[in-house]
Write a protein that binds this ligand. Structure first.
Ligand code: C2O
Ligand code: CU
Ligand code: CU
Length: 507
């Protein structure tokens, strides 16, 4: 594209906006709520030595009774894809088959690094988020493969029980591939967790949250900038909240305890979850498994990529209905059976040891900025990690087995959920600082005390909310494998457009 000299910045696309036509969209609040049952994805139990075969394909899925089926891209036959259930210490092999069509149905932006017009439109590579995996099997963004090809990946599962998930990670287009439906859960169990007596079987239920915009005929609509050859949007929010791929479903429960594995698989939406009437629930785990002890909550703010392991006790709600809310709107309904049932489950007051990582154990501190560049009308057009683009040389090279502090200076006005592959970490603290002073003189002036993470964020994490105007510090031990991995913002529109960087674990 030839740049017109009247625009001062190559980021300025507004002057040439050509008014893409937006289809008529549905207002989901006008659809009948709670008419569809909560879909439960199929569960795959891999057998030792026998690889799973999971194909990506185009299919259709009805998100609501009164809408036509939507075109989706799925792992297996549904969105979310099948839940893989693995055991800690038992390796799992998956053969991922790309059987997608060769044309994408969502708007690719060829200006984005990794999605140039000389690349095949449809590409995929699968990453298991939160898994400790050799670099060659991690799903590096440029390791994509095209329709007709497949890739075998091995997951050693040498880590504690956790709510992991798998999703597409293709350079430049993961935002579109996930929006199309390419994600699923990967539950890792271990002996310790199984010994606790937590609710299980039909009383353990996944809740995978996403949001979509829907056209009048029920199709997913991915919003565009209005510039036809540069359709990328800095953020994407839908007004239709889907739980396990269904819009405002209901779920019948017995008056007893349930365990819910909650995943925020949205591109850009943070969910603020609560039960109608601010009824209490219990959080027992976060991204990388159990907390040290259960935490009573009335609401929970979950960023894209984050998970929460929740216990809800419906025993005192027999015969009632109760809604799961996102802010002030219900996103699903629980219908509680009448009467009384035997509940043999337990929630022990101590879940496991989570030793606090000692700051003094770190041998290196890296100060990394989170920056935003706006265009001529102050629309954010580019977000970078430490001011660097994807293609710049690798600058973070932790030593295998060493512990480091990564100190994120968020210079933007948004929270960015920052995720590192391979590792688990703890949040050391968050501390407010003077952003303007930093921008002017690159010096840090704190404006308040450091805040340790609240109990529900004090366990092992792999993605955490890096707040605006704060310095958020992660303490990370680089265990497992050497090799090249990535770290990135989990707002997918950011990650797809340069808010992702390589790091390399060295011997
Ligand atoms: Cu959810 Cu790079 O990952
Ligand atoms: Cu990941
Ligand atoms: Cu971001």
């Amino acid at each position: 594209m030839a740049m017109s000299p009247v625009h001062g910045s190559s980021l300025c696309k507004h002057a040439v906006a050509d008014q893409a036509s937006v289809p008529k969209l549905i207002d989901p609040t006008r659809l009948a709520p709670f008419v569809d049952p909560l879909p439960l994805p199929e569960v795959l139990h891999p057998k030792p030595g026998v690889p799973l075969r999971i194909a990506m394909r185009e299919t259709t899925q009805r998100v609501h009774r009164d809408l036509p089926p939507a075109r989706v891209w799925t792992y297996g036959n549904s969105m979310p894809g099948p839940t893989i259930e693995a055991r800690s210490g038992e390796a799992v092999q998956v053969e991922w088959l790309n059987q997608l069509p060769t044309k994408h149905f969502l708007p690719i932006d060829h200006h984005i690094c990794g999605a140039e017009a000389d690349k095949p439109e449809v590409r995929s590579v699968v990453h298991v988020h939160g898994a400790r995996v050799p670099a060659s099997d991690d799903g590096y963004p440029t390791d994509w493969f095209v329709p007709g090809q497949s890739r075998r990946q091995t997951y050693p599962n040498k880590q504690d029980a956790a709510t992991l998930w798998y999703h597409d990670h293709t350079m430049g287009i993961e935002r579109l591939n996930l929006y199309a439906g390419l994600f699923g859960l990967y539950l890792l169990r271990d002996e310790h967790e199984l010994s606790l007596g937590l609710p299980d079987g039909e009383h353990e239920v996944p809740l995978v949250l996403t949001d979509r915009l829907l056209t009048e005929n029920g199709q997913f609509y991915y919003p565009v900038s209005g510039v036809s050859d540069a359709p990328w949007m800095p953020e994407v929010f839908g007004d239709a909240m889907l739980v396990n791929g269904a819009l405002m479903p209901h779920f019948e429960v017995q008056p007893r305890r349930y365990r819910f594995r909650v995943l925020n698989a949205a591109n850009g939406r943070f969910f603020r979850l609560s039960l109608r009437g601010q009824k209490a629930f219990t959080q027992i785990g976060s991204d990388q498994g159990l907390l040290a002890a259960p935490v009573q909550q009335t609401n929970l703010f979950l960023a894209p990529g984050e998970r929460a392991d929740l216990i809800v006790d419906f025993a005192r709600m027999a015969g009632a209905t109760i809604e799961l809310m996102n802010d002030v709107l219900p996103i699903m309904q629980f219908k509680v059976g009448a009467g009384q049932v035997q509940d043999g489950s337990r929630v022990p007051s101590k879940l496991r040891d989570v030793p606090r990582a000692a700051e003094a154990s770190a041998t290196q501190t890296r100060v990394l900025t989170i920056d935003e560049y706006a265009d001529c009308v102050a629309t954010p057009m580019l977000m970078l990690l430490d001011g660097k683009r994807w293609h710049e040389p690798v600058s973070e090279k932790p030593k295998l087995g060493s512990t480091e502090i990564w100190s994120f200076l968020n210079l933007t006005e948004d929270t960015h959920p920052i995720h590192l592959h391979l590792v688990r970490f703890q949040i050391l603290d968050r501390r407010p600082f003077d952003v303007d002073q930093y921008l002017e003189s690159k010096t840090i002036r704190y404006t308040g005390p450091a805040q340790p993470p609240p109990p529900h964020e004090a366990g092992w994490k792999d993605t955490a909310q890096v707040y605006p105007g704060m310095i958020t510090r992660y303490i990370i031990t680089f265990e497992g494998y050497t090799g090249r991995y990535v770290w990135h913002c989990h707002l997918l529109e950011h990650a797809s457009n340069e808010m992702m960087r390589p790091f390399e674990v060295v011997a």
